[in-house]
Design a protein around this ligand. Structure first.
Ligand code: SF4
Ligand code: SF4
Length: 238
């Protein structure tokens, strides 16, 4: 049978001969291309379990490969290389190296959750995408993504004050991701706020941004929260 989907096979595994005779039979023409067999030795038996310990990856074992997640995926519509079903399949087989080949696109999941809503097995593919991206960050395979920076900034604010000051989170996020503090959309946003928000409210927001007030009796509670989060991380990843 002729090989129609050569693009799906690694080029080094394709052997082509202009003239090919096998056991005395001339098989030149459309039979002249062979694929070298591939034996998998690079799988990790425990990989599925590792991903299950990351937030969002808990249900990866439920997948029955129906493909609904990929069919409904916002990113797949833009780029057919972005394929949640395929990465879930590789996760279940423990083929880490194959997943790492796609490290530059896995993090592009936009968390629209269309896949999660359609999945008949409650795998929560969006969570698996996040779990894989976090695993790669932890392994030093990829840099921290903007969403990881945002998570960190958000939690730092809570640890420190027990509350969220939106402006402060945004500024710290911009700093961490080397973005300019003054952006066109932000200036426009500020102008509209000044137009529609009561002056007293604006002053209160400005004061909170500068003074960073803490939730009443924060301190000990913050320490307990930090310790709890650390305990959970250690329980999950050792
Ligand atoms: S929709 Fe769910 S069950 Fe189907 S392939 Fe995707 S993750 Fe697996
Ligand atoms: S949440 Fe991510 S993986 Fe799921 S459909 Fe949206 S972009 Fe695709």
């Amino acid at each position: 049978m002729a090989i129609h989907e050569k693009s799906l096979i690694e080029p080094e595994r394709l052997l082509s001969e202009e003239k090919l005779v096998v056991d005395g039979v001339d098989v030149s023409g459309s039979w002249n291309t062979m694929i070298t067999p591939r034996y998998l030795r690079d799988y990790d038996d425990d990989f599925e379990e590792v991903i299950q310990k990351y937030g969002g990856g808990e249900n990866v074992h439920r997948c029955w490969q129906c493909g609904s997640c990929t069919n409904s995926c916002t990113m797949y519509a833009q780029n057919v290389q972005f394929n949640p079903r395929y990465w879930i399949y590789l996760t279940r087989l423990g083929l880490k190296d194959e997943i790492v080949k796609d490290k530059d696109i896995i993090w592009q999941c936009v968390s629209c959750n269309r896949c999660t809503n359609i999945c008949p097995k409650d795998v929560r593919p969006e969570g698996v995408m996040k779990a894989l991206a976090h695993w790669m960050e932890d392994q030093g395979i990829t840099e921290k993504t903007p969403s990881s920076h945002f998570d960190e900034t958000f939690w730092e604010e809570i640890y420190h004050t027990g509350r969220i000051e939106d402006a402060s989170v945004m500024m710290n996020f911009f700093k961490k991701t080397n973005q300019p503090l003054m952006q066109e959309w932000l200036v426009e946003f500020g102008k509209r706020m000044m137009k529609y928000l009561p002056v007293a409210q604006m002053m209160k927001m400005g004061l909170n941004f500068v003074a960073k007030p803490k939730t009443k009796s924060w301190g000990r509670t913050g320490e307990v929260l930090k310790a709890y989060v650390q305990e959970q991380k250690e329980a999950a990843h050792g």
